[in-house]
Each structure stands twice: as C-alpha cells, then as structure tokens.
Design a protein. Structure first.
Lengths: 436, 430
C-alpha cells in the first residue's frame, strides 16, 4: 500500500481523505495496511494486546518504541484489582467489578490475558453457583497466573474450586469416576479432539478422582485430596504409557504430547494474530513454546514480535469481542461511569463474563457477527453516547482510533458530519472500530 | 387486495419484502383491519414454486444442548437392567413416569407432551444415533448440525435446505434462530440468509431510521475479509426489522380468546424463544425453519432434580407453543422436533449423574405427526465397548423424512444419500 495514503498518520494531520480505500467493482477490497508505519504498528499492538490506546497512551508508547512496548506489556506484573464492593459471591457485583477493573487498570494486557484464560479454562456462574466466592477466587488465580506457564496453570486449574464444581471433579471418586473434567482437560484445554482416545479419558478420570472442595476449616482456596476417595485399582494406561497415574503424571503426559503446544498456540493465534494462520507459523511458535517449557511470557513475546503479527494480511483481520468492543469504546470516550451498560449490552452481543455459552468458552472472530449482534453493537454505541452530556473532542478521531484508514462510506459520513456527537456516533458504529 | 395477491405470486422473495414494506408503511389502520392480508402475502410467496418454495409448512427444531438423557425422557418401565445400571436414577424415575404404553413412560414432568401423545400427536423415535459416535459435545453437535458423521461438511443441514430449496436471495425470516445471539450451526450456510432474534423486547435499532440509515451505509461494502459477512448481517438487520414490523402489525389484531388462556413459562429462555417463534409464525411473517435451544443437559452430576426441571421447562414451553399455534389455526402446519448431540451413558456415576452416551431419542410433535413409537429400542443388556447403547436408526433418516415429506425439499440433495424411511408423518404434505 502506498505510503502516501498513510502520510496523514505520521504527520498528525486530521485529514481522513488520504487513506480512503479505493473503490473497485465487485471485488473483495482489502484494507490498506498502515503497519509499515511505527505509529500504526503500535496502535495495532495496543488494540490487540489491551483495550486500545488514547492519545496519551499512544504518545507514551511511541516514545518507547515497539520492542520496548512489547517488553513492558509482557513483563509488568498485573495490577491488583480492588476488593469486590459488597459480596464477592454475588454474580452481578462480580461482573461489574471485573468490567470496572478492565476500564481502570494500569495493566490492561493482564486483563486481556485473564479474559483469554477465562474463555479457555472457562466456568459459568450458573453451574458453579453463587453460594461461595469460587468465581472470584478463580478470577484472581487466572490473573495471577496469566503469564506463568502451562504446567503450573494446569495444576491450578484442576484443583480450582470453581472449576472443580463446573466440571464435576469435586464429586468424582476412584470407584465411580466422573469423566467430565478429564474429557474437557484433554479435548478443550490442552490437546484437542482427535489426539486422544476414549481410554485416555477414562484413565485420566480415574487418576484425577479424589479431590474435594475445601471447607472453611481447611483454610484453602484449592481442592483437598482425599486418598480414601481416590482410585485404588491397578495401573492405568494414559496416552500410551502404563503405570501409576496421578494429577502430576496426567499433566506430564499432556505436556509430552506434541498436540498440546499446537492446539494452544493455534488458539492464541486466532485470538491475537489471524483467523487463518499459515501452518508453518503455528509450527514455529508451537516448537518454541514446547522447547521454552510452555512459558506464556515467551510465547506472547514471540507472537507480538513475529512478522506475521504486523504483516498486511494481519491488519484488521480480527473482530473485537463484545467486551473488547465495549471497553475500548468507553475508554475512548473516557466514560468509565457507563460500565453498567457493558453488563446490559454484553448479553445481547453474546458475551458476558462468568457466563460463557458452554464449556468451550466463547467462539471468536466471525462467530461474533450475526444480525442480532450487529444490532446490539450499534445500539450500544447509540446508548452510550445518549448518556453522555460532554464528549471528548472528535476532530482527530479517525486518525487516533482508526489509523486514518477508512472505507469510502465512513469517509463520506465523517466529512458530512456537522458536530462531534455525530463523529463519535459514526466512529463507534463503524466496522473499522469493531475490528482489530 | 386481490390484485396485489395475484401479483405477489410472480414475485421473488425480495420483492415480497418490498411489497410487505409498502404495505406496512401504508397505514397502521389498514393493518389493524386486515389481519389476513400479511398472512395471504406469506401464503402467496410459499405458493411460488418457481422460487423453490414448496409449501407453507414450518419446522421448529428444539436443541436440548449438552446431551439429553433419553432414559429419563422416555423411560423404560419394565426393564430390570435399567435398575442394575442406575440404582439411584431409575428408582426415582420409573415409578413416577407417565405411561405411554406398558413398556415406556414419559418423564413425570411432561404432562403437556403426554397430552399430545394421547391425541396421537407425538412420535418417539428410539435408538437414534450414527456410526462411530463422538463423545465430544462439540464434534457430535457438528455431526448433527451438518448431517455428516464423517465430520467433513461445514454447512448446516437447514442452511443447505435454504440455499438449495429457497431462493438464495433469501427472505430473511426463512431461517430464523430465536432466543440466541448467534446463528446456530444447523442453519449456517455461506449462501443462506438467516436471521437471529434474541428477544422481541430488545429487537430493533435505537435511534430509529436515522441509526438505520447510518449503520446500514457503514456496514455495507466494507473492505477486508469480513466484508461479505458484515454485508449480510446488516442487510438481514434491515430486512428483518421490516418484516417483523409488518408482521407484528397484523399480530395486534389477532386476539387470544379468554377461555384459551395462554401461559408460557417465564422461568426459561426456551419459553420466551418459543413465544417469539409463535408470534413470527402466526403473524404470517413467512418464517419457515426455526431453531431454538434449551441448555443445561450435561448432567454429569446430581442429575435427578436438574433433569426433571429441564423436562418440565421443555414440556411447559412446548405445550404453550402448541396451544398458541392451535388457537391461531396454525397447528396443522408446524412440526416440532427435538435434537440433542448424544444421550447419557446407561450406567450412572458416583456424582448422581451420567457421562456422555450414544444412541438417543428424538421427539416429533404436532398435528403433522402420526403418533407412536418408531425405530428399535437398543438393548440395555447389549452395550458397546464404551458401555453405551448401540444405535438402530441413523439420525439422518429423521432429517430425510422431515425434508421430503414436511418441507417438500429434496433430502438426497441435502444429505447426499438415502436412508430407510421412518414414516412418522401422517401423510406426505407436499
């Protein structure tokens, strides 16, 4: 794409006309990628790794440069959320608390990763119940371990009380194992369908039985192992190896399988890079992930520094999830006070935290789009704006929020817009703002 | 009016929409006085064989998501083996069941569906499954959605039905998912226009026509890989709003009679989704293939009460829905079918629940149905290597009967092969 078209970006000229997508008849037109430019590259990174950047954040990041921004994202420990106001087991209070923290946190990458793991190692409040603060604990754990490594996280996930209840490990016994957790551990959490057999599900179910939920006297936020409820039969065969099997050896077996790195890296790439990655890219990252002892920081750094992350096919190839769309809109509007709207509108768009559609978490990218969800996204923009008396200036919005890369219609409507309110409406409604 | 109706016969579906729009915009007084008119419009469209639409029958698929335990839905009353395999669950289910005959009874919470049985309007197909069953929710859901046990197809069987049998420009309500935010896999097809209406309460664009114009312009012709997806989504938004607006106008003139009090259960999303479905059907919006979902069937643990509750929700929702159709004179047209990715294992587990199983039961309900039992009940004494039942009826045989003899579509074209008939319909209605 000609650099000329993107000059406005570097020169900070609020003109949007220079980046108009050319009209061609009947062909799929690509977005012209501005990612050759440092500013756009950093904005792209912050859109995907955080909830987007305002002018101040973008300027600070520009001073650091791309590589050091990546370092900072990956290395900064997650900002601790404040205590949940009220009862931490109350689902409404808990949902509001997390949304508020996403809006306020100085470390939004930690929240994006926590959200990613929440969609991956998912649990919902309907099954977990709201009598105990299990989902609150789970959220704190996922955040704390979001950039740890797979072995530690899998140990923790297995004996997390919320998860133990969500996938029934809490009631599984060696005599009569419940297969729910062991199946999803293999199918959805680590190896993927087709890379293990029914016998492996049964063996792991036996090996993982015996954990119960903590009671107050245990003073514990993880499950408690009870030998008398555990499996006491003969050797088990799991992923080709026969012998004594327990939680640790189940996880070791999973980590020894090549399928695991491939499966997880593919999911990370679908969320952060591209809906249709090259097999060679996945292989490269998966090899690195495996040899790097499944360390998440190393993986995420490799992802953000890979050429595939910033090549022209990558530009606007992902659809913001509803949470990302709403949080990025409210951050752009500097309107954290509207966080209640996120809870109301999220359900209509198909995403509310602690309430995934099923055990596979949320689907992503094109699955976010239906006539119903597009309507809900548009309605969110209209409602949010109608609730704000004062809006931040919008003269430079197209450049700041949309890299100055606009479709002909968006350009025309913005050119015709007579006031800032109209400009905000157009930008927040526009497909450009729904992409990342 | 009659002139318009004649004209409509020759129109394509998209034109029908425009005609509908003109009608809708004409005046609300007109709509109030002529409840039959949109209905006639819809019928006229259905009659347009050239457009590929063969009749005005409607199909409602109810997904019981998570794997419905068929042994607690249609319960074997006489098999001692059931008590061996599930001492807890069987002891509580069998004595309470509502007998259909000497061998089987419905779950205790299903009096409404039992009443359909008594009227000869419930068909139970036993032993429904497919070769080499998957015990993964997501793989098995995909198998049922695509009608392909080899897991190669990506398009949904109902999506394909829309594409291959109804004109590809698509009346936006030909395929409609109610009570969800996403297009269910069964309706998905690259070339099918499918609408999704989560709830009638939130349906519509805030800010009215101004928003509609701006958003419509913004989302059309978008560059990039999602261009076509966005285009379809926003067109469907606009067309669905128009259709629903038109159809809903006629709805107001349809009165529920006082002695036919209609109560949808308020506790579940299924009740609301079916109520929405009923209003789309009875207002003559042209809706044809509907999909709704009741979740929560993955009962690995404490199944007894949870599953009883779910059966109750299903029963109350279906009963109210049937009643609604009946008092509006639409019951003859609508076939209701349940589906679930798999059933549960016959042997119960230590958590008072059951793990993923194989062969299942499909319920077909409504006036088009010839009541009775179909298929062959798999033996509880002859389980496969995973401790599961062996299927006797391929689920695609059910799709085949629905496609050929209810929808007037060509099942072979959609399923790629033929199956032994499972003749649960009263008469071929095409």
């Amino acid at each position: 794409m000609s650099a000329l078209r993107l000059l406005s970006l570097e020169r900070k000229i609020p003109s949007v006309r220079s980046a108009v997508v050319p009209k061609t008849e009947g062909k799929t037109v690509e977005w012209p990628s501005p990612l050759a430019q440092q500013t756009a590259r950093i904005a792209h990174l912050l859109r995907r790794a955080t909830f987007g950047a305002g002018p101040d954040e973008l300027e600070a990041a520009l001073k650091l440069g791309y590589g050091r921004v990546v370092d900072q994202l990956v290395e900064t420990p997650p900002g601790e959320p404040p205590a949940v106001p009220g009862n931490s087991a109350d689902i409404g209070a808990l949902q509001q608390w997390w949304v508020d923290h996403m809006l306020a946190t100085p470390t939004p990458f930690a929240e994006r990763m926590t959200l990613f793991w929440h969609g991956h190692f998912t649990s919902d409040y309907r099954k977990v119940g709201t009598g105990q603060p299990y989902l609150y604990w789970q959220n704190l754990t996922w955040r704390k371990m979001a950039l740890s490594n797979l072995a530690s996280l899998l140990m923790q996930v297995t004996i997390d009380p919320g998860m133990m209840r969500y996938l029934d490990l809490a009631t599984s016994t060696g005599k009569s194992p419940n297969e729910n957790y062991s199946r999803e551990l293999l199918e959805l959490f680590t190896m993927g369908a087709g890379s293990f057999g029914e016998g492996d599900v049964r063996a792991a179910a036996s090996a993982l039985a015996g954990w119960r939920l903590p009671v107050a006297a245990d003073n514990s936020r993880v499950g408690i192992f009870e030998q008398r409820r555990a499996y006491s039969g003969g050797p088990l065969t799991f992923l080709g190896k026969t012998g004594r099997l327990d939680l640790k050896s189940v996880i070791d077996g999973i980590l020894a399988s090549d399928a695991t790195a491939t499966f997880l890296v593919t999911k990370v790439v679908h969320h952060f890079v591209s809906p249709a990655p090259q097999a060679s890219y996945i292989r490269r990252l998966a090899d690195e992930f495996r040899t790097g002892k499944y360390d998440f920081k190393t993986l995420m750094r490799s992802v953000f520094l890979s050429p595939e992350f910033i090549n022209s096919q990558s530009y606007r190839s992902l659809i913001k999830s509803p949470i990302e769309y709403m949080i990025s809109a409210l951050k752009a509007l500097k309107a954290p006070q509207l966080s209640g709207l996120v809870l109301e509108a999220g359900e209509q768009m198909g995403q509310m935290v602690f309430d995934p559609p099923d055990v596979a978490g949320w689907p992503n990218n094109d699955a976010w789009i239906s006539s119903s969800t597009v309507m809900a996204r548009i309605n969110f923009a209209v409602s949010a704006l109608s609730q704000l008396r004062n809006l931040p200036p919008a003269g430079d919005l197209a450049r700041l929020q949309l890299d100055g890369v606009l479709s002909p219609v968006t350009t025309r409507l913005l050119d015709q817009a007579g006031d800032d309110r109209t400009r905000w409406t157009i930008v927040l409604m526009a497909p450009e703002f729904n992409l990342k | 009016m009659s002139k318009d109706q004649v004209g409509i016969n020759e129109l394509k579906r998209r034109d029908f929409l425009r005609a509908g729009l003109v009608f809708g915009a004409a005046s609300s007084a007109l709509a109030a006085g002529y409840a039959a008119v949109p209905d006639a419009f819809a019928r006229a469209v259905y009659a347009a064989k050239q457009g590929g639409v063969k009749n005005d029958n409607v199909l409602v698929m109810i997904q019981l998501a998570g794997g419905n335990d068929h042994l607690r839905t249609v319960i074997p009353l006489q098999d001692p083996k059931l008590h061996d395999l599930r001492p807890v669950l069987a002891a509580q289910s069998v004595p309470m069941a509502l007998p259909l005959n000497s061998s089987f009874g419905l779950n205790q919470n299903m009096p409404g569906i039992k009443s359909l049985w008594d009227q000869g309007k419930l068909a139970v197909v036993e032993g429904v499954g497919y070769p080499n069953p998957s015990f993964s929710h997501f793989e098995s859901i995909r198998v049922w959605e695509t009608g392909d046990p080899t897991r190669r197809q990506v398009e949904g069987w109902l999506g394909k039905t829309i594409t291959k049998n109804y004109d590809s420009q698509g009346h936006p309500l030909t395929g409609c998912a109610c009570g969800t935010t996403n297009v269910p896999g069964a309706l998905r097809d690259l070339h099918a226009t499918v609408s999704v209406i989560n709830s009638s309460r939130t349906f519509g664009l805030q800010g009215g026509t101004r928003t509609e114009t701006t958003a419509g312009a913004l989302w059309k012709g978008t560059p990039g890989i999602y261009g076509a997806l966005f285009d379809t989504a926003i067109s469907t938004v606009q067309e669905t709003i128009a259709s629903v607006r038109t159809a809903m106008r006629s709805q107001s003139s349809v009165r529920y009679s006082d002695n036919a009090k209609l109560v949808y259960p308020s506790k579940t999303e299924l009740g609301a989704a079916l109520q929405l479905a009923a209003s789309l059907i009875t207002s003559g919006s042209g809706v044809k293939l509907l999909h709704v979902t009741l979740g929560g069937f993955d009962t690995h643990q404490t199944e007894l009460n949870r599953h009883n509750d779910l059966m109750g929700y299903l029963d109350q929702s279906v009963a109210a829905f049937y009643h609604d159709l009946d008092i509006h004179g639409f019951a003859d047209k609508v076939l209701i079918a349940t589906w679930s990715e798999f059933s549960r294992r016959p042997q119960e587990n230590a958590s008072g629940g059951t793990d993923h199983g194989a062969a299942s039961v499909v319920l077909l309900m409504g006036n088009p149905v010839k009541g009775g039992f179909y298929g062959q009940t798999p033996s509880l004494s002859d389980l496969d290597g995973t401790g599961n039942l062996k299927y006797t009826v391929d689920f695609r045989a059910i799709y085949q009967e629905i496609l050929n003899n209810h929808l007037g579509a060509d099942a072979r074209e959609i399923l790629g092969q033929s199956f032994d008939r499972v003749p649960f319909l009263k008469r071929p209605s095409v």
